[in-house]
Design a protein around this ligand. Structure first.
Ligand SMILES: *[C@@H]1O[C@H](CO)[C@@H](O)[C@H](O)[C@H]1NC(C)=O
Ligand SMILES: *[C@@H]1O[C@H](CO)[C@@H](O)[C@H](O)[C@H]1NC(C)=O
Ligand SMILES: *[C@@H]1O[C@H](CO)[C@@H](O)[C@H](O)[C@H]1NC(C)=O
Length: 130
């Protein structure tokens, strides 16, 4: 029983863990991998300075950051790299925040044993600019 509780504690820790990377201001071609598998509908970033932006992989706003008001953000310094990374050509303090994604598919809850909860994806990558 003790082992089981310990195991559960370890599992929930793993799911709550935010990956973090820190890079110096001005770093070039910084690769932020939000998904290792590419099962991505869109990438999101929650900026430390405030606000959330979305990067759609399809549709009219494909390949550009769009803020919560639907305004396009100039995004020539960013590119998407398959299967699941955003590449920042030159990092600035304004890029600080948590990068995450919306998956294309979600885990069907009925396939899981009763009482088991699985988060659909990792909790994001926190970028710090040093
Ligand atoms: C980051 O670097 C840019 C030049 O590449 C500079 O203009 C800016 O002031 C720097 N910001 C910080 C917080 O050091
Ligand atoms: C992204 O695309 C979806 C449809 O695939 C659309 O509903 C959504 O509004 C788009 N978001 C942005 C920010 O363009
Ligand atoms: C892209 O980066 C270059 C070099 O740091 C900078 O001069 C330019 O203003 C940036 N473009 C955008 C749209 O932020």
């Amino acid at each position: 029983m003790k082992t089981l509780i310990l195991l559960l504690a370890v599992i929930s820790f793993a799911y709550a863990f935010n990956l973090g990377i820190g890079v110096p201001n001005g770093s070039k071609d910084v690769n932020i991998e939000v998904s290792r598998f590419g099962d991505i509908k869109s990438i999101t970033r929650k900026l430390k300075s405030g606000g959330t932006q979305v990067w759609n992989l399809t549709g009219p706003n494909k390949g550009t950051w769009v803020d919560s008001k639907g305004k396009k953000i100039p995004s020539s310094n960013y590119s998407f790299k398959a299967p699941g990374s955003i590449v920042i050509k030159k990092v600035s303090k304004a890029d600080e925040g948590v990068y995450d994604y919306e998956p294309l598919t979600t885990v069907k809850p009925e396939k899981l044993p009763p009482g088991v909860h699985v988060d659909p994806h990792q909790q994001g990558v926190e970028l710090s600019v040093l």
